[in-house]
Design a protein around this ligand. Structure first.
Ligand code: FE2
Length: 171
């Protein structure tokens, strides 16, 4: 019996060795790609506003907002609770990220108001603040939180990455 258990364990280790750690999608691979997608949608909305193309800006701002809100929602409902359960850290990095999400939600609301009013100056001012916050926030997630998630979530990482991808693909 002991021999059988040992051979199963060796078999599993061999599989991991041959597949390698990178064979499964990690949080650090899945979510930064979606940050980039959000950045591209932001640029499209900002460019349209700068050119005074308000119809295009309205569509682009709508797409950008929808995608950002879906990203926040996916992190807050799937990723952050998993990290908090695994580590017991509920007032650490995830709390800070939730606060920053709320700050960005507020700015997205202001951006939509400026777009509807076709107010180029206000749109540009809000967009500038939003861009800085977005860049700082994404950097913290990509350099600190996502690697921590990959490290602490262990066997859950693959399934969670797939769930996040599926949720974000719907957005
Ligand atoms: Fe985030």
């Amino acid at each position: 019996m002991a021999v059988k258990v040992m051979s199963t364990s060796i078999h599993k280790n061999s599989l991991t060795f041959f597949l390698g750690q990178n064979a499964m999608p990690t949080i650090s691979q899945t979510l930064p790609a979606h940050h980039k997608h959000c950045d591209d949608l932001f640029s499209a909305a900002e460019e349209a506003a700068q050119r005074g193309q308000w119809k295009t800006c309205s569509e682009a701002t709508g797409r950008y907002m929808q995608t950002m809100l879906a990203h926040f929602d996916a992190e807050e409902s799937l990723l952050f609770p998993a990290f908090e359960n695994a580590t017991g850290m509920t007032s650490g990095p995830t709390q800070m990220m939730r606060i920053e999400h709320d700050q960005m939600r507020n700015l997205l609301g202001q951006l939509e108001v400026a777009q509807k009013a076709q107010d180029a100056d206000t749109f540009s001012g809000v967009a500038e603040t939003l861009l800085i916050l977005m860049q700082q926030h994404n950097m913290k997630e990509e350099n600190i939180l996502y690697p921590m998630c990959d490290q602490t979530l262990g066997a859950q990482v693959e399934q969670l990455s797939a769930q996040l991808s599926a949720r974000l693909a719907e957005a």
